[in-house]
Each structure stands twice: as C-alpha cells, then as structure tokens.
Design a protein around this ligand. Structure first.
Ligand SMILES: CCCCCCCC/C=C\CCCCCCCC(=O)N[C@@H](CO)[C@H](O)/C=C/CCCCCCCCCCCCC
Ligand SMILES: O=c1ccn([C@@H]2O[C@H](COP(=O)(O)OP(=O)(O)O[C@H]3OC[C@@H](O)[C@H](O)[C@H]3O)[C@@H](O)[C@H]2O)c(=O)[nH]1
Length: 587
C-alpha cells in the first residue's frame, strides 16, 4: 500500500478505501489471490480536487474505477455516474478474458470475465465497422483532393486532421472479427443498466496478452483449460434460437431462491422457464411466484401435479411442461443448478449441425464446510477425469443435471416420456442421440451445483445411487470402475511390478499415490478456473477421504441394489429398466 495514504474512509471485509493528501482515492481488495496480477491494486488516480460533494460522496466527473466485475454488478447506477463504496465514478476500466463474442441487433457484444464474474460489453456495429471504413474512404478522398490542390488546401488540411482524430478514436474499438475468444483485454467504458442488468458501453478496447504465467501455460499444454473454459464465438447476425428451460422442483432448500433467480437474469435473448412441481402444496411454488413477480418480463410458467408416464419421478414431473414447451431447444436443468449469465449462450454456441446434446460437466459452487469440500474434490477429480476422457473418446458418460438438447430428436423417439421407464433417463437419452448419429458436446462452463443441503451422508447416498444405476446399465463397470480408483489400481500395480521387476511395493504404492494426488490437484484447479475455497491441507484430508471411501461405496452399491431416490424406492433390472418397489404404474 502507498506510504502517503493518510485517510481510511471506508472498510469492509473485502475492501479498504483510502485517500491521500492529494485527494486521490484508492480501493484495495483485501483478498487479492483471486485477481489477475494486473488488477491487484484498484487505483483510481485523478489529480483534480473533488469538484463538488453530493450527499456526502466525493464526486469527480472524470473518475475511472478499476473494480472486480462482481463488484460492478453491485454498484449503484445513476444518471451519468455510478457509485461504489461511497465513491462516485464516471467510467470504468475492466481487465479480463473474452469468453464470448457475438452480434446482437445493432451491437457487437463481448462477454468479459475476470474470474469473479462476467459482464456484457458492447459497442455499436456501425461505430466499430462501417464508420472506420467510411472514415478511411473520406481520408483517401481528402488526400487526393489535396494532391490535386484544386480546392482550398487549408480547409482540406483541417478536414483531414479532424477525420484522422475520428479514425484514431474509432481504431480504439476493434471489429468483432479482430477479437478472439481467450484474449486478455482492457476495456474502458461507461456503465449502463437495463432491466436490472449491468452492461458496459465500450469507449476504448486494448488487447493485453502480456500476463500469462507459467501455470497458465502448463494448463494450456494440457489443453483441458481450452476445452473447459474457452468459449467458441459465434459471430452471426442471426439471433441465437429460443430455448425452453425445464426446471423440475421438489421441496425447498436454503439456496433454492437464489439458484432459481440466476435463471431469470441470464443474458440470452429468447427463452421460457417451465417450472414443474409435483405436489401442489410444495413451498417451491411460492418461491417461483415471488421470482415471477420480481421479473415480470421473463416468460415463466409453473406446472403442478405431474403426470405418470413412467417410473422415473423426474420425467413424470416435467413431462407436462415438456409437452407445452414452445422452442426447438430444450434445457433440462435440475433444481440445485446455478447459471452464470452467459452459460446458456455458451451451451447454444456449442451446438453444431451434428451435435444433438450439449451438457455441463457436474461441478459445484464454492460453499463452506467439509461436505462442500468433499463434493468439490469428487466432482473436480475422480468424476472429471472420467467425464473428460469419455468426452474425448466420444463415449456416453452423460449426467443430466444440465442438458441442452434438440426437441426434434426426442420427438422422433416418441417424446420425453419414452425415457420414463429408466431411472437413469440421462444416460439413455444420450445413448439414443448417439445411436441416431448425433454427437454429444460438453459446455465450457461446468455445472454449478449449489444445493443448500450439503452433508456428507446425503452426498454419499447420492453417489451410491449413481453407482447402482451404472452397475445395472453397464455391467462391465463392475470390473472397470474399481480399477479406475487410485488406491485399487495402485495396489495391483505395486503387486505386479514387485513380481515382475522386483520393485519395492510399498515405495511404488506411495509414489503412485503421490503422483495421482498431484495430478488431481492440477485437474481440480483447471476445472475450478480460479482460486479454490479451501487450502491444501483441506484438500489432502478431503482427497484421502474420497479416495478411501470410493471403493467402499462401490462395494456397498454392488451388495445392495435397491435404490432410494428422494421419497421413493426402486429396483433395477440388468440393462437399466426400473421398477418402483410399491409400483404406481407398469412400464
Ligand atoms: C483400467 C482403467 C479403466 C478405466 C475405465 C473407466 C471406467 C469408468 C469408471 C467410473 C465411471 C464414473 C462415471 C462418472 C460419472 C457418472 C455419474 C453418474 O453416475 N451419473 C448417472 C446419474 O446421473 C448417469 O445416469 C450415468 C451416466 C454414465 C454412466 C456410464 C459410465 C461409463 C463411463 C465409461 C467411460 C470410459 C472412459 C474411459 C477412460 C479410460
Ligand atoms: O422424485 C423426484 C426426484 C427428483 N426430482 C427432480 O429431479 C432433479 C434431480 O434430482 P436430485 O437432485 O435428487 O438427483 P440427482 O442430482 O442425483 O440427479 C441426477 O441423477 C439422476 C438422473 O436421473 C438425473 O438426471 C440427474 O440429474 C431435481 O431437479 C429434482 O427436483 C423430481 O422432480 N422428483
């Protein structure tokens, strides 16, 4: 921190706002590890004295804020300035990575992410593209007129000077085609707000790729970061297609309202939300109604009562909503999922003529407690490695907590109800797409599970249920799945190398575990794409717990095949057909 800082005039758990004797204001983040090196110090420097004070806020028209994007979303917008931590700013400077770029109406849009959040930054197509061409043409004409010297050269010189200025301003905003996904950029602009969403109107746009560290390069070597977090740009004048989002709800947890709210605030031009609640007295209905009132412009409907079209209670719950859906793309999204503002756009961008399904790889939001750490470790290591490997090999490993699919393909099979006789409808839906020649793709955004109910017992129950589904559907996994566990394969590898090469088995086993552990840490950091919410010691404990309990859970699943899902019990036949143990209908 600067030595000449003399006055702390605002602090909280995240920020310290200070001024020095010249009246300069500095906002410093307390927790700096999440940020890019460049944005560690959020210094707004303006030599002018405050021009005026308004409602006790220091106000300088020319102030430029350099803030986290997540904080920009919390800033209060008013007239031609915005307020953050009691400081008024006229404009802002952002630093981050371009995660998406597309044309929307008259605007070129760039989605910028700085690791804390993302925001849409836009500039008029006309300004960016045609104006530059127009300017260059005019300049050419002026130059040739000046060369011929048959008009008043002074006027021409002034005109040339002015046009050059205009071109300089315009050249600070690139064309959309000049921007690449993954570019690190610096944007200066004005904050704007529409429909409770913040946007930045770009005044200046600079590429800045000078800050890639060794870690970044290593990750890129592995190519996983590219596959997971770099998003394809679709530069097109055609707006993205409409999406019908099916949200099956059953009961309420402490995070439900905030999770569902993220579906009302997505940056996507046309979508409808179709909530399904089986029990008409379910308190989830009240939560959805409150959100509908808060966001009246979002097209949202609630379907209650469900319909019994099969054994799978999730399918029974959403089938009516599915049949009422209006768009050609269907997103089935479980109740505990949170969406980033640009996730839906990213998923749609991953569709191609041959891709029928785009799914999000299961992962978790940052939450506190051992259970949350354990969940993050499981999804970011043991599960990600198989999920990504399966994706690479084109094998079906689809988990249906957030899946975008083409309705036309489902309809050809007889609709969603066709899959109601399976408990693992997700696996069979994906298999059906594959069998019909369609490809599956993984979204760049991992699925952010954020259920408010997070404890070790229910997490293990869930893993147990999934293991039972897998064993019934793909019996070969009885053999292969234990072999994919670090402790089990390590044991066999140590035994065989000691037999074949006379290696010391204990040393081999410990080195194997250490290497596996380190690879898992790297993989988890890649999937997280930012700082982890726990330290290395927590990781060691969570990782050891997961690795030791994994094979044990698998054994349990194998020994007792009865499946409990929420308030119902099921059993599965080999192949995956389900039967409810107090059946209500026959499949
Ligand atoms: C010598 C080592 C051989 C390794 C073979 C790998 C065997 C697969 C091991 C574990 C499977 C983990 C699956 C991860 C996520 C599944 C989550 C889940 O169970 N979801 C269900 C509920 O939503 C869903 O219905 C099931 C979906 C997929 C089940 C089929 C999994 C087959 C995976 C085969 C992957 C092959 C990858 C090959 C890697 C070398
Ligand atoms: O009886 C039920 C159970 C569940 N559901 C809904 O189904 C969704 C998933 O339920 P849970 O969160 O309990 O289950 P999981 O996260 O384990 O689901 C996962 O595994 C089983 C697959 O069939 C699912 O597609 C997959 O998302 C939720 O939105 C839930 O509200 C119902 O509508 N009715």
């Amino acid at each position: 921190m600067d030595a000449n800082l003399i006055n702390i005039f605002y602090t909280d758990k995240d920020w310290i706002v200070t001024t020095n004797q010249n009246g300069k204001t500095k906002i410093t983040a307390r927790n700096e590890n999440e940020l890019h090196e460049e944005t560690k110090n959020f210094i707004e420097i303006e030599d002018k004295k405050p021009e005026t004070t308004r409602e006790n806020y220091v106000f300088m028209k020319t102030k430029i804020a350099r803030l986290f994007i997540s904080d920009i979303h919390c800033a209060v917008k008013s007239d031609d300035y915005f307020k953050f931590k009691n400081v008024l700013f006229a404009g802002l400077e952002l630093f981050g990575t371009v995660t998406s770029a597309y044309v929307h109406g008259d605007y070129n849009c760039v989605v910028l992410d700085d690791g804390t959040s993302n925001i849409i930054c836009l500039f008029k197509k006309y300004i960016a593209d045609e104006a530059k061409i127009h300017c260059d043409k005019k300049l050419q004409n002026f130059y040739s007129a000046l060369k011929n010297d048959n008009t008043d050269s002074l006027i021409l010189k002034v005109a040339i000077m002015m046009k050059k200025n205009t071109r300089d301003v315009l050249s600070k905003v690139p064309r959309l085609t000049e921007i690449n996904i993954g570019d690190t950029v610096r944007i200066v602009g004005k904050l704007s707000e529409y429909n409770n969403k913040k946007y930045v109107f770009i005044n200046r746009f600079n590429l800045d790729n000078s800050n890639q560290g060794l870690e970044d390069n290593l990750k890129q070597l592995l190519d996983l970061k590219y596959r997971l977090h770099k998003i394809q740009a679709i530069v097109s004048d055609v707006p993205p297609p409409g999406v019908s989002i099916l949200k099956p709800l059953m009961g309420v947890d402490p995070n439900l309202s905030s999770n569902l709210e993220t579906f009302f605030t997505m940056n996507y031009p046309s979508y409808e939300l179709l909530f399904s609640v089986e029990d008409k007295k379910d308190p989830a209905i009240e939560i959805v109604n409150t959100l509908k009132e808060k966001y009246p412009k979002v097209d949202a409907t609630i379907y209650t009562g469900g319909s019994t079209v099969g054994v799978n209670p999730k399918i029974n719950n959403i089938n009516t909503a599915y049949e009422a859906s209006n768009y050609d793309l269907i997103l089935i999204s479980d109740s505990g999922i949170r969406m980033k503002e640009d996730t839906l756009l990213d998923m749609v961008n991953h569709l191609s003529d041959r891709t029928g399904i785009v799914h999000q790889m299961p992962f978790t939001c940052d939450r506190n407690g051992f259970a949350a750490t354990l969940e993050k470790i499981y999804f970011g290591t043991a599960q990600s490695r198989i999920y990504l490997a399966a994706d690479l090999l084109g094998t079906n490993c689809h988990t249906g907590m957030s899946t975008l699919m083409r309705k036309q393909v489902l309809e050809q099979q007889g609709g969603l109800k066709k899959f109601g006789c399976y408990l693992a409808e997700d696996y069979f839906i994906a298999q059906c797409f594959l069998d019909n020649g369609w490809r599956l793709a993984i979204s760049s955004h991992p699925a952010l599970q954020n259920s408010g109910t997070c404890d070790v017992h229910s997490f293990q129950e869930r893993l147990l249920r999934w293991a039972k589904l897998r064993v019934a559907m793909v019996p070969l996994l009885i053999l292969l799945e234990p072999l994919s566990e670090c402790m089990v394969i390590g044991f066999f590898a140590a035994w065989s190398t000691s037999y074949l090469f006379k290696f010391e088995p204990l040393v081999f086993y410990l080195v194997h575990i250490l290497l596996w552990f380190m690879c898992d840490w790297i993989l988890l950091s890649i999937v997280q794409n930012g700082s982890l919410p726990f330290n290395k010691f927590d990781f060691i404990i969570g990782w050891l717990f997961r690795e030791c309990s994994g094979p044990y859970l698998f054994l349990l699943a194998f020994m007792n095949p009865a499946i409990r899902w929420r308030n119902r019990m099921f059993k599965l036949a080999w192949g995956g057909l389900a039967q409810e143990i107090n059946p209500r209908i026959k499949c």
